[in-house]
Design a protein around this ligand. Structure first.
Ligand SMILES: NC(=O)c1ccc[n+]([C@@H]2O[C@H](COP(=O)([O-])OP(=O)(O)OC[C@H]3O[C@@H](n4cnc5c(N)ncnc54)[C@H](O)[C@@H]3O)[C@@H](O)[C@H]2O)c1
Length: 356
């Protein structure tokens, strides 16, 4: 079976979870528990192969990827020992992706010269580039996407920077025969999804929403960064929640708190208050606790495989159909059930049989 060659941009906690997750399902290829889709086309998780990575932190640059995932402040519950790869971590361009507050706290910026990203992608025969730079790295995201286009790679944008949701970028990738999937990856089972399903359910039952508040608490680098750069993340989450609300319903509020405890554990409290029959109050309080990076990696293994499947079958124009299931801010937002149905249709479609 053909492997999917991956280049990762940003060797943080999420990448650690992704690399260890791929190792887990490679070592136990018959294990299906924990996977949304054991196969996408004929692609199994073990077909994901890491060929290159880019970072800006001196503790990661110059190392092999499987060593760099445990360097610096990276923190997640360990799934298993990673497989060993020849993939190196190259010094990528920093641009706007490192907020001053992150320097010397979470990121020790490397003094090495930056590489030509497109050239490395070509040299390592990467098929798909996965963008996992810190939130707020808008110019950096666009620069890596340009390099991917230049090198003939599909692109999965896991961060809230608008890219796949912009028609001009979607067209550029389509024209090049490549898939662009994004933006802002969902968790396998995340707080925004739970919050959104609860809101949709309340609206279906005629409840007026007086309050919808989501408090996210975590202690990893991403959470610290969000203290300074929550704008696009908040917008992405808020928009994902607003879809089912009507005029007069309270606007959803999303807050981020940094716990200071280095851990991949995240706790989210969701409080919804409403009015039912006779304008009598009804309240829902729920809490979700998870390992944040692992929760995201469970979705990324599908995003990578479906991006490659679309390119293999010349169906890159259908990338917009898979993003709503995988991403918080797709170009065409829809309900979770519509998104699930559409995703299933795309991955179950057979290649046309050529006769004669
Ligand atoms: N479930 C999730 O964890 C989840 C969900 C949605 C989105 N995201 C987003 O995914 C991204 C990665 O999350 P994380 O927890 O791994 O963050 P992290 O802070 O642990 O890792 C980010 C990595 O990117 C590196 N980096 C910074 N600037 C770079 C650049 N210009 N080029 C290459 N590398 C660069 C940093 O040195 C660091 O190693 C964040 O933007 C986060 O908001 C995560």
């Amino acid at each position: 079976m053909k492997k999917i060659n991956i280049a990762v941009v940003g060797v943080g906690s999420f990448t650690k979870a992704l690399v260890e997750g791929v190792a887990f399902y490679t070592k136990t290829p018959n294990e299906q528990r924990g996977l949304m889709n054991p196969l996408i086309g004929n692609y199994h998780v073990k077909d994901i192969n890491f060929v290159a990575a880019f970072d800006v932190d001196e503790r990661k640059v110059g190392k092999k990827l499987h060593e760099a995932i445990s360097a610096g402040p990276n923190v997640t519950l360990k799934i298993t020992d990673p497989l060993e790869y020849d993939a190196m971590v190259y010094r990528g361009p920093t641009m706007d992706s490192v907020h001053d507050a992150m320097r010397e706290t979470f990121i020790h910026e490397s003094k090495e010269e930056t590489v030509d990203v497109a050239q490395i992608l070509r040299k390592t025969k990467a098929n798909v580039v996965v963008n996992l730079v810190p939130s707020g790295g808008n110019q950096a995201t666009h620069a890596y996407a340009e390099a991917a286009l230049k090198a003939g790679c599909s692109f999965v944008n896991c961060i809230p920077t608008p890219l796949a949701s912009l028609p001009e970028w979607a067209k550029k990738f389509e024209k090049a025969g490549l898939a662009l999937v994004g933006d802002d990856i969902k968790s396998q089972l995340g707080a925004t999804m739970l919050n959104r399903i609860l809101l949709a359910f309340l609206k279906m039952r005629g409840i007026k929403i007086l309050k919808s508040e989501q408090e996210n608490r975590g202690g990893n680098a991403d959470h610290y960064n969000l203290l300074y750069r929550a704008k696009t993340k908040e917008k992405s989450k808020r928009e994902a929640l607003t879809k089912f609300l009507e005029e007069g319903d309270a606007k959803p509020v999303v807050k981020f708190f940094y716990t200071g405890e280095p851990s991949g554990h995240k706790r989210v409290n969701i409080v919804i208050e409403g009015e039912m029959f006779g304008r009598v109050p009804i309240n829902i309080t729920s809490m979700i606790e998870d390992e944040i990076s692992i929760n995201g990696a469970g979705v990324l293994v599908d995003a990578i495989r479906v991006a490659q499947l679309l390119v293999d079958q010349g169906r890159q124009k259908e990338a917009w159909k898979v993003s709503p299931f995988l991403m918080k801010s797709p170009i065409k937002p829809m309900s979770d059930t519509e998104a699930f149905d559409l995703f299933k249709k795309v991955i179950c479609k057979k290649e046309p049989v050529v006769t004669g």
